[in-house]
Design a binder for this molecule. Sequence first.
Ligand SMILES: *[C@@H]1O[C@H](CO)[C@@H](O)[C@H](O)[C@H]1NC(C)=O
Ligand SMILES: *[C@@H]1O[C@H](CO)[C@@H](O)[C@H](O)[C@H]1NC(C)=O
Ligand SMILES: *[C@@H]1O[C@H](CO)[C@@H](O)[C@H](O)[C@H]1NC(C)=O
Ligand SMILES: *[C@@H]1O[C@H](CO)[C@@H](O)[C@H](O)[C@H]1NC(C)=O
Ligand SMILES: *[C@@H]1O[C@H](CO)[C@@H](O)[C@H](O)[C@H]1NC(C)=O
Ligand SMILES: *[C@@H]1O[C@H](CO)[C@@H](O)[C@H](O)[C@H]1NC(C)=O
Ligand SMILES: *[C@@H]1O[C@H](CO)[C@@H](O)[C@H](O)[C@H]1NC(C)=O
Ligand SMILES: *[C@@H]1O[C@H](CO)[C@@H](O)[C@H](O)[C@H]1NC(C)=O
Ligand SMILES: *[C@@H]1O[C@H](CO)[C@@H](O)[C@H](O)[C@H]1NC(C)=O
Ligand SMILES: *[C@@H]1O[C@H](CO)[C@@H](O)[C@H](O)[C@H]1NC(C)=O
Length: 554
Amino acid sequence: MLWILTALFLAAQAQAAVLVDFQVAQPPIVPHDAKQCTVQILQHDFADFTADVVEFTPPTDCGTPGSWAAITLNFTVTSNGTQFDRLGIFTFQNVEIWRTSTPEPTAGGIIWTYIKDVSRYTPLFAEAGTFILELDNLIETGLNGVYSATLDATFFASSPEHPPAKQANAIIPLSTHSNTTGNDASVPPGFSMNVTLPQNTVEIYAEKIYPSGNSNEEFWYFNIANEFSSEFGITTPQQGPFREVRLLVDGMVAGVAFPYPVIFTGGILPPAWRPITSYGALDLPTYFLDLTPFVPILTDGLPHNFTIDVASAEAGRAISNNWFVSGVLQVVTDPSGKPTTGRIISHNADPFAVASTTGSSDATSVNITVTASRKISITSEIISGSGKKNEVVFTQDLDYINQQNYLDNTLIQNVFQSSSGSILSTHNNVPVVKDTFSFPITINITAFNVQQTNFATTFDHSYNRDLLPSPLILGSTINERQISGGFFQEASTGNTGNGTSNNTFSYVDPAGNTFNRQVNAAFNNITLDIVSGTLSGSQELDFPLGADDVFVLH
Ligand SMILES: *[C@@H]1O[C@H](CO)[C@@H](O)[C@H](O)[C@H]1NC(C)=O
Ligand SMILES: *[C@@H]1O[C@H](CO)[C@@H](O)[C@H](O)[C@H]1NC(C)=O
Ligand SMILES: *[C@@H]1O[C@H](CO)[C@@H](O)[C@H](O)[C@H]1NC(C)=O
Ligand SMILES: *[C@@H]1O[C@H](CO)[C@@H](O)[C@H](O)[C@H]1NC(C)=O
Ligand SMILES: *[C@@H]1O[C@H](CO)[C@@H](O)[C@H](O)[C@H]1NC(C)=O
Ligand SMILES: *[C@@H]1O[C@H](CO)[C@@H](O)[C@H](O)[C@H]1NC(C)=O
Ligand SMILES: *[C@@H]1O[C@H](CO)[C@@H](O)[C@H](O)[C@H]1NC(C)=O
Ligand SMILES: *[C@@H]1O[C@H](CO)[C@@H](O)[C@H](O)[C@H]1NC(C)=O
Ligand SMILES: *[C@@H]1O[C@H](CO)[C@@H](O)[C@H](O)[C@H]1NC(C)=O
Ligand SMILES: *[C@@H]1O[C@H](CO)[C@@H](O)[C@H](O)[C@H]1NC(C)=O
C-alpha cells in the first residue's frame, strides 16, 4: 500500500540556467590570512560502479607535512539530465573521512560545492597514501546523469598566530581496509575487526562515521513494526522504525548512537530538496564516543574485537539490509612509552535499548507508537606510564519516540520521530566528550489518488546539537530547522512537482565563531537569504557576503 518513497524528479520544463544546489552549513573554521596550498586530489566522471582510486602526496610548500593549521576539501560537482541521488564515500589511508550524497540533476544542469573541514584527520594527510572516492552511479535507459566531480584539498600553513591543528598520536580505522572501493562495511551482520592498540595508549576517542540506511532501510523512520505488518502490503519495509548504532569492544557495549534521519535529494518529494538539500545530505553527521574507559583492557598488546552493528526494537533486534558503517579511533599515547594500567570499575550497559511498541488499527486507519530509551554508565581508573591517574566517567542517557498514523486507507501517512539525549564523558571531572542533541522530524504525506501517484508532503526537520567531539576537535552548537514541502505527480511521461524550503540555521563555537543563515527557496528559486555572524564573510560560503550583510531577494 505504501509507494516507493524514492523518486526521480524529471523536469518537465527545460531549466533556463544551471541550478546551484547547496546544503545549509557553517563555513569551515580556517585562517584566511595563512599561506594556502591547494592540490587537486582527483577529477572524475562517475557513470558506473568503479571507484576512483588515486595516490595522494601531501604538499611540502605550506610547512612540514602535518604542521598545518587546517585542511579543507572542496568537492565541486556538475551533472545534467536525469539521475537518482547517489552516495559518495571518501576514504583516505583506509579511513572513511566524509560521506556525502548527490543532488539529483536537472535537464539544464546543476552544480554544487561543499567545503569540508578535515583538519581532524591531519595525521593521515601528513603521509602519502591511497585516496578512494566511491560514488556508484548507473547510466541506462532513462538515466543519463553523469556526476562530473573535482576534489581539491587546501592546506593552511601554521604560524605563531595559527598553531598546528590538534592531533592524535595514532589514527586507527574501523573499516574494511579495501584498496579498491569505499571502506564502509554493510551491516547486518555486525562488522567486526581486530584492533591492536599501542600499550602506552591513555585516551581513545571513537568517531562512528556516517551510519546510513539504504534500500529498505533508507526511510527507516517510516518502517512498520512487525506486529502491524499484516495491515500493509508485503513490499512495505518492516523491522519497525527504531535504530541504534552500537559500538562493542570484546562484545561489551561501549556506546550507541540514535542517528539523525538524513533525507537524500530523491527522498519522498524531490522538488523540496532543490536547490537546498535536506540538512546532512552533503555532509552526513557522525557520532562520537569516549572509549578511554576500555584502555585498561586494551593495552595488553593483544588484538581486541571491535564491532559496529545496527539494532532495531524488533525480535532478534533484526534490521533489513542494509546500513553502511565505519569508524575511526583517535588514540593518544603517553610520552613515557611505558604500558598503561588501571581497571574498569563499573560497566552498566544493557545489550540493547529498552523499547516498546503500541498501536491500534481499524477498518481505515493504523496508528503505531514505538518508544525506546537507553542509559549507559562506565567508570574506569587509568594510570599512565608516567604515573598520571585519570578517573573516567562515561554516561549516555538517550530517548526515542516514533508515532506513525496511517489514515483514510493510507491516503494520509504521517510520521513524527524524535531522538534526543545526552552523552557526557569526564576525565578527572573535566568534560572531554559531550553531546546533547535533539533530532525531531515530522513528515506528513497526503495522497490525492488511491494509486498514491499524486500527493503533497510537508516536512519539519531539525538538528539541534551541542557537541564536543573530543579534546582534539573544536566543539559547536548547531540549531537547524528546515520546514519544506510541496506537490508531486508521477506519470509515465515524466514526474512533475514543485517545492518550497525554509531554513533557519545557527552555529556558535567555544572559539567565538558564529554563523547564522536564514535561507528560503520556492520553486527552485532562492527567495530569502540573510547571513550574519563572524564567519559570514568567509570565502568558502556559496554566496560570499560581507560580515553582517543582509541579502534579500524580492
Ligand atoms: C552539462 O552541460 C554543460 C553545458 O552543455 C556542459 O558544459 C557540462 O560539461 C555538462 N556536465 C555534465 C556533467 O554532463
Ligand atoms: C590492501 O593493500 C595492502 C598493501 O598491499 C594489503 O596488505 C592489504 O591486504 C590490502 N587490503 C585488502 C582488503 O585486500
Ligand atoms: C581476531 O583474532 C583472533 C585471533 O587472535 C581470531 O580468532 C579472530 O577470527 C579475529 N577476528 C577478526 C574479526 O578478524
Ligand atoms: C566479535 O564480537 C561480536 C559482537 O559481540 C561477535 O558477534 C563476534 O563473534 C566477535 N568476533 C570474534 C572473532 O570473536
Ligand atoms: C488513529 O489516530 C487518528 C488521529 O490521528 C484517529 O482519528 C483514528 O481514529 C485512530 N485510529 C485508531 C485505529 O486508533
Ligand atoms: C502534521 O500533521 C499533524 C497532525 O495533523 C499536525 O499536528 C502537524 O502540525 C503536521 N506537521 C506538518 C509539518 O505538517
Ligand atoms: C504546485 O503544484 C500544485 C499541484 O500541482 C499546484 O496546484 C500549484 O499551483 C503549483 N505551484 C506553483 C507555484 O507552480
Ligand atoms: C517560508 O517563508 C516564506 C517567506 O520567505 C513564507 O511566506 C512562507 O509562509 C514560509 N513557509 C512555511 C511553510 O513556513
Ligand atoms: C524564478 O526566478 C526566475 C528569475 O528571477 C523567474 O524568471 C522565474 O519566474 C522564477 N520562478 C518561479 C517559479 O518563481
Ligand atoms: C572549489 O572548487 C571549484 C572548482 O572545482 C572552484 O570553482 C571554487 O572556487 C572552489 N571553492 C573554494 C572556496 O575554493
